[in-house]
Design a protein around this ligand. Structure first.
Ligand code: 13P
Ligand code: SF4
Length: 340
């Protein structure tokens, strides 16, 4: 690739941001990121835009241009609070759809429409309608990692951070839980409610094996393994802690294990490690090819052109929004219980 001349004033302008990320971004790479970072931060002001970034985004996005970062639940919750006219989702398509459902009058952009998700691909609205016929009257919970069409057929959404609480909020002895088989299995282990599952899988977390983790443990007695519940059951059984990406991050920030292995997407360790120098991160990660479709270059292009924008058929959107809002209401009533 030809090396472009990089304006020294731009490098200087974003130098404080490089200070933050210098442990995870090599200095040879920074001149390629700096012009995009400077341009994006100007465009955000010009267009009254915010960037919501998932925990799996690369550090130059997560730490240098994002306004709101977090797991799927936090991004959905925080999407409601913004006064911005434009929301750019640095994440995958279902996250952008959720932001649009909660902000129907705002422009919601996803910098690459190909940023999908193997779980979202694993089930259609017609599949949900068939399950409803097969199990009449049984409430249907869908993981947020689904299309708006699928959400529209379901009673309530959940994320990896609240799946058990959502299932238990329904007051039913049986619940259909879609589409992640491993997350369904993990929830089933913690409740007496009968869980009817679907065979969806995350192609990223599904690649981890218990053998691989055991071999890391063998070399490191003081290693803490924390895993995302989309991993296979034997991987979860090997872990010391299981949680959503935000819960994994909180675990490391609060407990400061001497050595940690985060069984999840590669950028998690990079992002969490920034500013934490007393924890050693062991990194047998797997990349999510969909999350990695989002780059500084396409975020900049999205802000310049205000496209690609997410649009959802209003008939679908109204029903899908109800499923997302029911989930957020359960979270609010839990918070009220804790405060009381
Ligand atoms: P979290 O909600 O835990 O961030 O998970 C989202 C996701 O896609 C994990 O693969
Ligand atoms: Fe989907 Fe898995 Fe990628 Fe998360 S990591 S977005 S569940 S494919």
């Amino acid at each position: 690739m030809p090396v472009k001349h990089i304006d020294a004033t731009i490098i200087e302008k974003v130098a404080p941001l490089y200070e933050r990320v210098k442990t995870v971004i090599p200095d040879i790479e920074w001149p390629f990121h700096a012009p995009h970072i400077a341009a994006i931060n100007e465009l955000k002001k010009e267009k009254n835009a915010v960037i919501l970034a998932h925990n799996y985004q690369t550090p130059e996005i997560y730490h240098c241009v994002a306004d709101i970062t977090g797991d799927s639940l936090a991004l959905a919750q925080r999407a409601i609070d913004t006064d911005a006219d434009v929301i750019v989702v640095a994440g995958v398509h279902f996250m952008a759809e959720t932001a649009k459902l909660l902000n129907p009058d705002k422009t919601v952009l996803i910098p690459d429409l190909g940023a999908g998700c193997s779980l979202a691909e694993s089930i259609t609205a017609a599949d949900v309608r068939k399950l409803r016929e097969q199990y009449p009257g049984v409430p249907v919970v869908t993981y947020v990692n689904t299309s708006a069409e699928v959400k529209a057929e379901c009673d309530i959404c959940c994320t990896s951070g609240n799946a058990l609480a959502i299932v238990e909020s329904l007051g039913s002895e049986r619940v259909i839980f879609l589409p992640d088989e491993y997350l369904a299995n993990y929830v089933a282990q913690q409740t007496d409610i009968e869980i009817i599952s679907w065979q969806g899988r995350c192609e990223v977390h599904g690649r981890f094996t218990a053998e691989e983790l055991e071999s890391f443990r063998a070399g490191h007695d003081d290693l803490t393994i924390i895993a995302h519940p989309e991993c296979p059951p034997d991987v979860l059984a090997t872990a010391d802690f299981v949680g959503s990406t935000a819960q994994m991050q909180d675990y490391v920030v609060n407990k400061r294990p001497p050595k940690v292995l985060m069984v999840t997407e590669c950028s998690m360790s990079d992002n969490v490690s920034v500013g934490i120098d007393d924890v050693e991160f062991i990194r047998p990660c797997n990349l999510c090819p969909y999350m990695k479709k989002i780059t500084l270059a396409n975020i900049q292009a999205a802000l310049e052109t205000l496209s690609p924008a997410v649009e959802i058929d209003p008939a679908v959107a109204n029903r899908a929004r109800a499923a997302v809002e029911r989930m957020l209401d359960v979270g609010r009533s839990k918070m009220t219980e804790v405060a009381a």
